[in-house]
Design a protein around this ligand. Structure first.
Ligand SMILES: Cc1cc2nc3c(=O)[nH]c(=O)nc-3n(C[C@H](O)[C@H](O)[C@H](O)COP(=O)(O)OP(=O)(O)OC[C@H]3O[C@@H](n4cnc5c(N)ncnc54)[C@H](O)[C@@H]3O)c2cc1C
Length: 506
């Protein structure tokens, strides 16, 4: 076991940043710019974390008061007001900050008007900022290891070029194992392992943990979530290390139940779930869902049980599946079954892979879903009765479910709340079925922090010289704001970077 205190260190920096996603990169840049000698340590062979897989959209405010009102309402008392107030104070500066960062490589910013997902006060006072072009940069060529969405690699390139232009020391394949203290509880360094054995590295000012959440920590998920199993959608590097390292020093935890997720498919050769097609978000009472959704979901009993198309499906899509049935002593909707007909099958690709991992070959989902029919991820049948046999449910139940659904489509009204324009009848054989599983894009929980992004212990006191950045212990405790996680990487990276660098050197 690694000791918590050491007599001597192997080397020394002012600030050690653990994890090289957006959160770690912004923290390292800010600590450096505040005058610190920084080490940025990343455990995977390639940098970028989940961040590089993302859409790269930062959610930013037009109006500070409106945005604060929205965050207070959606966090529903789970995050203190002063933390949210500081968050919004910082959020309002991010547009200017990104304009500074892009000077490094001439990247182009794109802004898109988009309201928040839920109609609380202030929902219409925010927009999205992305990077959509960098001269000479080609994501697929320059980040061949990441099978990513369009925006994430662009924003990461801006951050990586800023790390490089400042000469910040980065080390890949170096894992933080445990925090080191001086015996009074003040953090003095980190045990880092590059594969050659742990080394005690001193942080004279402070440590910033930006090592993500517990997307790929099934044993931790099992303790904090009812729904099980849940598969990571993008990345296997985030295994809850930051939660272990901080609780070791007495950190309190928050928002552990909350994860950004939906439902998706499993490919036998991949540790990742493949999320279902991203249909546009809609805003209840304001913006209708216009896109057709070609499927319904049924449980093991052959009955529909949830609205398949929530307003922000990528975030809350899994929540309808989260039930333990005490009569069956099990989870009747994990997995559940996607049912569609031949017209629905031909409508669009049902899945899309995006992951950051060079160990696995990219899986390209076919345009017409026929490759997935051939490889068995989607099963085909001539009748609904045949699909029922595959599920193992009563054929009359499934027949009745499909009949009821078709009648609902004709009337444009669904008793489970499916948006009318998304309703597509299932009439044209052959019919198709796929197993569907809950999947996590990213987690929101982790150590509690104060407005200075200092980690807080179980008695409400800061653990000296310990900070977090990014999604590790994010502010999102109830309803998540799309684009909020990446904004949090910037907000928290700036706050923690300045804060750690500003501590008097030991
Ligand atoms: C497909 C997809 C799309 C998304 N799109 C958006 C979007 O458009 N907008 C938005 O706001 N959010 C989006 N999200 C969520 C968002 O991407 C993440 O919440 C955010 O990127 C997390 O950033 P981070 O820096 O905290 O963590 P990460 O980017 O995951 O970085 C953490 C890093 O820490 C490293 N690490 C872990 N443990 C250790 C250790 N012990 N030692 C050293 N290093 C360690 C990891 O390897 C990793 O590189 C999306 C998520 C997914 C999956």
């Amino acid at each position: 076991m690694l000791s918590k205190t050491v007599d001597a260190f192997d080397e020394a920096f002012d600030v050690i940043v653990v994890g090289y996603g957006f959160g770690g990169a912004v923290a390292a840049i800010n600590a450096h710019d505040a005058g610190a000698k920084v080490l940025l340590a990343e455990k995977m062979p390639n940098p970028g974390g989940i961040s590089i897989c993302s859409g790269g959209g930062l959610r930013l405010p037009h109006d500070q008061d409106g945005t604060l009102a929205y965050l207070k309402a959606t966090n529903d008392g789970t995050t203190p007001d002063n933390v949210l107030e500081t968050f919004v104070d910082e959020m309002i500066q991010i547009d200017d900050y990104v304009q500074d960062l892009i000077k490094v490589n001439g990247a182009r910013i794109k802004r898109t008007e988009r309201p928040g997902n839920y109609t609380f006060p202030g929902y219409d006072k925010m927009y999205f900022l992305q990077i959509d072009d960098i001269p000479g940069f080609e994501p697929k060529r320059d980040y061949a290891y990441a099978n990513a969405l369009s925006g994430g690699p662009y924003m990461f390139k801006v951050l990586q070029d800023n790390i490089a232009s400042r000469g910040i020391e980065e080390r890949l394949g170096v894992s933080a194992k445990r925090l080191i203290t001086d015996g009074t509880g003040t953090v003095t360094g980190v045990w880092l392992d590059d594969g050659g054995g742990p080394k005690a590295v001193e942080a004279k000012c402070g440590v910033i943990l930006a090592c993500g959440g517990f997307e790929h920590a099934p044993e931790m998920q099992r303790q904090y979530w009812q729904i099980n199993p849940v598969y990571t959608a993008a990345f296997v590097g985030n295994t809850g290390d930051g939660i272990r390292m901080t609780t070791d020093l007495g950190a309190d935890l928050w928002h552990m139940w909350h994860f950004h997720g939906t439902y998706g498919f499993r490919h036998p050769d991949l540790p990742f779930a493949i999320r279902t097609k991203r249909l546009p978000d809609w805003v209840p009472g304001v913006r209708e869902a216009e896109a057709p959704m070609s499927w319904i979901l049924v449980g093991r009993n052959g009955r529909r049980f949830m609205n398949e198309y929530d307003p922000y499906m990528q975030d809350t899509g899994h929540r309808g599946m989260d039930r333990v049935d005490p009569m069956q002593m099990g989870q009747p909707y994990v997995p559940c079954y996607m049912i569609l007909d031949d017209e629905g099958r031909a409508l669009y690709p049902l899945g899309q892979t995006m992951f950051n991992d060079s160990a696995y070959e990219n899986y390209e989902w076919s345009q017409d879903n026929l490759k997935e029919v051939q490889n068995g991820m989607i099963k085909k049948a001539d009748s609904i009765g045949e699909l029922a046999e595959m599920i193992g449910c009563d054929p009359e139940e499934l027949d009745a479910s499909v009949d009821r659904w078709n009648v609902s489509c004709d009337s444009g009204s669904d008793d489970l709340g499916r948006p009318p324009k998304s309703m597509v009848p299932l009439r044209k054989p052959p019919f198709y079925l796929a197993e569907v599983w809950p999947c996590v894009s990213n987690t929101q929980g982790g150590p509690v922090h104060d407005e200075k992004r200092r980690v807080i212990n179980a008695y409400g006191e800061p653990i000296p010289r310990l900070y977090t950045a990014g999604e590790l212990g994010g502010i999102w405790g109830s309803l998540y704001l799309s684009g909020g996680n990446l904004t949090e990487c910037f907000v928290s990276g700036r706050i923690a970077g300045r804060g750690a660098a500003g501590e008097a050197a030991r």
